[in-house]
Unconditional design. Structure first.
Length: 318
């Protein structure tokens, strides 16, 4: 039997965490009363799937100062490369279930609220969450908005859009035409609090996924701060088969805010208000609220799917 020398942990600090996932999009989540600050090097160490915990994103949850309605539940998001992120749809669903199950949404001695609001750390964006009895969790990520692309990006694009409205006429996104070494593609650029580029393709399994995804993510091509890239094969106007290249994490099995961006692009192309987004990890449901049924701009995007537990553990902080 192998043995190792004992370690002196008398003065070490530890962090308790819960590992969760939404269709294999996995997270290390930790709750504390006060904001915990971690270095980029620490995040990278914990994200290592052989030497650490391993995850797509680290989510650090805390309460803000204040009392009553002024006291908010906030979660900070870190990608596996140590960079901070603005939004994480699947992460929000997992955080919501963890907070509900742990009793942090209690509104009376009799029980916990199944419907409550959490906030992103960057921008303090409110996310309305609903925890269903079967463990499914819905989050309203709010209103999508167009991304301020780099000046060299041309407007328009050949993607047929609802009412033939292109570029700036949409309040939720922009459509640009991009020439790459692998061909010319239309990119629907939208923000769900974080930047996304949705690309319609004939077959998500035959494209040069890694090369094209990284090319479109390039900070000097389209997006000032990089972006998540979603490749979409429209099986039907209500069903999008999707692969995702996440900024700061690479290819992931599922991406909640990415599914929402796909829902936005499907609405722009087909007028679809409810879309089943099939990713390698599983299916998510995206529902849109629009200003005028089938024709108006998008008011809110709701994401629904499972939020599941893996295990709990403890890591050393110092």
């Amino acid at each position: 039997m192998a043995s190792s020398a004992p370690h002196n942990h008398a003065h070490a600090r530890f962090l308790d965490f819960t590992k969760m996932h939404g269709h294999a999009n996995d997270f290390m989540i930790s709750y504390s009363e006060e904001r915990l600050h971690v270095t980029k090097e620490t995040v990278i160490k914990w994200a290592d799937r052989r030497r650490g915990v391993g995850f797509d994103q680290l989510l650090l949850v805390h309460h803000t100062e204040g009392h009553g309605a002024d006291r908010k539940l906030v979660y900070a998001i870190y990608n596996s490369d140590g960079t901070a992120a603005e939004q994480c749809g699947n992460g929000a669903r997992c955080v919501a279930r963890l907070l509900f199950d742990a009793g942090h949404t209690k509104i009376s001695p009799e029980g916990d609220a199944r419907s409550f609001t959490i906030y992103t750390d960057i921008g303090r964006v409110p996310i309305n969450a609903v925890v269903e009895a079967d463990g499914q969790v819905s989050v309203n990520l709010g209103r999508p908005s167009p991304i301020d692309l780099l000046p060299q990006c041309g407007p328009g694009g050949a993607v047929p859009l609802l009412d033939s409205r292109l570029d700036g006429e949409w309040e939720c996104a922009r459509c640009v035409n991009v020439t790459t070494p692998w061909g010319t593609f239309d990119v629907v650029a939208t923000s769900m609090g974080n930047p996304h580029g949705v690309v319609f393709v004939e077959d998500v399994h035959t494209i040069p996924f890694k090369e094209l995804g990284e090319y479109l993510q390039n900070r000097h091509l389209l997006f000032r701060d990089g972006a998540n890239v979603e490749f979409v094969q429209a099986a039907t106007p209500q069903h999008a088969v999707t692969r995702i290249m996440e900024r700061g994490a690479g290819e992931t099995d599922c991406c909640g805010s990415g599914a929402c961006a796909v829902g936005v692009a499907m609405f722009m192309r087909y007028g679809t208000q409810q879309t089943r987004v099939s990713m390698p990890g599983g299916d998510l449901q995206v529902a849109l609220q629009v200003a005028e049924a089938g024709r108006g701009d998008i008011i809110a995007v709701t994401l629904k799917g499972p939020a599941e537990y893996c295990y709990s553990g403890r890591v050393q902080l110092d």
